[in-house]
Design a protein around this ligand. Sequence first.
Ligand code: IMP
Length: 444
Amino acid sequence: MILAVIGLQYGDEGKGKIVDYFCNLFDIDYVVRFNGGPNAGHHVNTGDGEYTLHQVPTGIVSGKKSIIAEGCIVDLETLIKELEPFKISRDNLFVSKDAHLILPHHKVLDLDMELRRKAETNIKAHLGIKRRPIGSTGRGISPCYVDKSNRIGVSLGDLVNNKKVCIDRFKEKFYENLCLTEWGGGNIITWYGLSNLSDVVENFRALGEQIKDYVCDTSELLANVIGKKKSVLFEGAQGTMLDINKGTYPYVTSSQCTINGIPSSIGLPFTKIKLDCVIGVLKAYTTRVGEGPLPGEIGGELADKLREKGYEYGRTTQRPRRLAWFDAVMTKRAVELNSVTALALTKLDVLSETEYLNVIVDYRDKEGNKISPNASRLDEYSVNYECSNGWKEDISQLEEYDKLPEMCKKYIEKIEKYLGVKAKLISVGAERNQTISLYPYLVG
Ligand code: IMP
């Protein structure tokens, strides 16, 4: 079986928990991260322990073979630290030689760009240009992908080759990158300080030594694994609305977060990856961390209450997440873009004791006409809601769908009706066992 677990909103839908649940439910052989880098924060609570994973596939928690594919970017220092609690070997961890490296200056450039986006300059005021800070996680994601596209990136295979550390090639590529990177009107070398460069290279050599055994051609490995009919789970990072092509551009991340990203990011033709099912993960309400439009945004006491109850703080940056009502229109778009076959609805327990629940059911333009929204212009529209009563009962210990309060079931059915897909998993708490499984078979 080949399945994908994809976020249908703005990230933080609870993909980590769902991937972990499947790893324990099915005989999954390999779990693959195919996009992004340490901007992700996938949280797992097994009941015995809690883990937050940024780069390593969530499958590592349950001992599955874990692949970091070539479409990912890697921060070696944080990756090595993240691996510490796990028993890793050449047999269960595979990191692509073609994954690009986040270099120390990528983080500096990321933060610097964000500061410049916020700055009110004379030119901005004069030309009436809008401020567009993105609210980046500051992990160097965009500058790293920019360098890759600009053909001055440095890959893991430049540092480590055939299980050896080949520091000369790394040094050559790193210095070329430094020479071509501008910072503060000069060269990025001024940030490092010329005399420190050999220390930086030495630090990478040491990191390369620690990771070299796990670096390989993951594209070849996956071709083999899929050819042998092993079961593979593709673990999406971020969410559809943050996808570089289909999200709320420019308020997006720099990689493809939809299933369309899988073939190019793992280096195999789409004809070879026959997805048996695509699990769309969605929260029972909407959250967003960082800037950008958020239709149906909730403020005041209700937002504070939901934020505390659902612990809505970024796992990577600890920033408070913004909250909004469930958006049936954009989530339906995400269902279609990902050919979702089943839903995993998360954090339903957080909505208990909410007096009424709004759901966005249509978007209107300035003239009041119903429209199909353009994702990159969401801030130009108004929205209409369908409202229903909430429920009071605590549902976090329930194990059966039938025991859910009537209004809660009605809310689930409303979401299913709008999206045209059934919820097969309902999460009512952070722990692995706080999950209601609705159908015995996921496929079909
Ligand atoms: P970047 O990917 O760090 O450049 O951030 C771009 C935007 O995506 C910012 O608004 C981030 O807050 C958001 N973002 C990136 N990764 C995640 C994630 O894993 N969950 C939620 N938001 C994210």
